[in-house]
Ligand binder design. Structure first.
Ligand code: LLP
Length: 429
């Protein structure tokens, strides 16, 4: 069944053909803040966190939800999730810096890097953040600096999955995680030098709507945990299944049945920790996209309509500098004409941006109402890997972000200006 996208993003409402976001008319917000503009719903983020938490906790009482900050590291988003009780998954010293600014305690942050510099590793260790090791060299360099009390290892559970090849992070092709021999060597060494508490981690990919691959990979991770337990006599403080929970972007896609997912993954977990004598570890997961994707829309103004012998183009002020996903992964983002919600969708357009590359396409062959210059488009599901992946390419200042909370709104990130383009540049005299 093809669903109406309004069902997926409950912050959206249609009032006489005009789009409301958390009950605020988006055209009014654009009058005040201009476009491109990211809108973030605080309510939706809180609802998503609570839904996930409340489902998981029914199946196991020691859970930790680490928010994957890479999806959206806006300080207010981090603060909202901190106040919900989330932990935090960081992939760079910069994300740790922002998380600390947003009030996360270091002991609630897990750093999962890859190709980590020694000075970064030292900074992370000094910040008292738990490190999730991604190579044997990383372990040795960390130990040269200090012996952490707690340490985790990212393993490669042999099975990967994801919405695009770029987003598959386990299995034979990927740079991520440790394979069996090095995994055992790493835990052995860490134990010998006096590390006291241990975690084990995987992250197999992103944008996964079919949960079977996560279950198979997690089963492999638990078998590896047993080997480590048997050979090195380690019990685990926590076992982390990583992130990857997908969300529907297209009307015909289905949401993951979270209750079913929770039942399946946690019954596997409980069965195996008993069978393998793995103690009483925390069950951890690291959702990014699931928590924030449908909390946001991206508003863009229509600059030009161009009709060629082959196509009709709607030229907008969002390009891949503002939303990279369509160009980078061919990702689908649903589009509404925010001021024409009741008009019949009787046209086919390519929606394209202002960047001087032909790959600057936000949507291809999209059925929309008749679009005119001055119309306002809303790009849905823009909260995960939207602003976070934006750039100043073509020397375009980055977009503004507005947070909506209880019918009030707040400029969470000012629009960049031409001066932002000068930042840190020096002219040789
Ligand atoms: N944990 C680790 C170690 C990760 O590397 C990631 C994402 C996550 C958790 C969160 O994954 P999520 O729950 O959001 O799927 N830019 C791509 C997604 C890249 C994800 C990278 N790692 C996109 O726009 O689809």
């Amino acid at each position: 069944m093809v669903r109406n996208m309004f069902e997926f993003q409950p912050s959206l409402k249609n009032k006489d053909g005009h789009l409301l976001f958390d009950n605020i008319n988006v055209e009014d917000l654009v009058k005040e803040f201009d476009t491109p503009l990211y809108l973030i719903s605080e309510k939706r983020i809180r609802d998503k966190y609570r839904t996930l938490h409340d489902i998981l906790i029914q199946d196991y009482d020691k859970i930790r939800i680490y928010y994957a900050a890479k999806a959206n590291s806006n300080l207010n988003v981090l603060k909202i999730l901190r106040t919900e009780g989330a932990y935090l998954d960081a992939v760079s010293p910069g994300e740790i810096f922002l998380a600390l600014k947003a009030g996360f305690l270091p002991e609630r942050i897990l750093f999962t890097g890859t190709s980590v510099r020694t000075d970064e590793l030292n900074f992370i260790a000094d910040s008292q953040v738990t490190v999730n090791i991604d190579s044997y060299s990383e372990l040795n360099r960390l130990l040269n600096h200090m012996i952490p009390k707690t340490l985790s290892v990212r393993i490669n559970p042999k099975i990967g999955s994801g919405h695009h090849d770029h987003c598959i992070t386990a299995g034979p092709e990927t740079k991520f995680g440790l394979w069996e021999e090095v995994t055992l060597k790493t835990y052995q060494k860490a134990k010998e030098v006096g590390v006291e508490k241990f975690g084990i981690h995987m992250h197999i990919g992103s944008g996964i709507l079919k949960i079977e691959s996560i279950l198979l990979a997690f089963n492999n991770l638990l078998s590896m945990a047993k080997k480590i337990r048997d050979k090195i006599n380690i019990t685990f403080e926590f076992i982390d299944m990583g992130g990857g929970l997908g969300v529907p972007y297209k009307p015909q896609e289905k949401e993951i049945d979270l209750t079913l997912f929770s039942k399946k993954i946690l019954s596997l977990f409980k069965r195996k920790i008993t069978e393998y004598n793995l103690g009483n570890p925390f069950f951890c997961l690291e959702p990014g996209r699931y928590l924030v994707s449908d909390s946001s829309i991206l508003l863009t103004s229509v600059n030009t309509i161009k009709v060629t012998p082959f196509k009709k183009f709607v030229g907008v002020d969002v390009g891949f500098n503002t939303l990279l996903r369509p160009s980078m992964y061919g990702s689908y983002h649903h589009i509404l004409v925010a001021n024409k919600l009741n008009s019949p969708k009787n046209q086919i357009y390519d929606v394209v941006g202002p960047i001087c590359e032909s790959g600057d396409v936000i949507a291809k062959n999209r059925q929309l109402p008749m679009v005119e210059e001055g119309d306002l488009l809303a790009i849905l599901n823009a909260g995960a890997y939207g602003f976070a992946m934006s750039s100043q390419y073509n020397s375009r200042p980055r977009a503004a972000e507005v947070l909506i909370k209880d019918k009030k709104y707040f400029l969470s990130r000012k629009r960049e200006t031409f001066n932002s383009l000068l930042l840190n540049q020096q002219i040789e005299k």
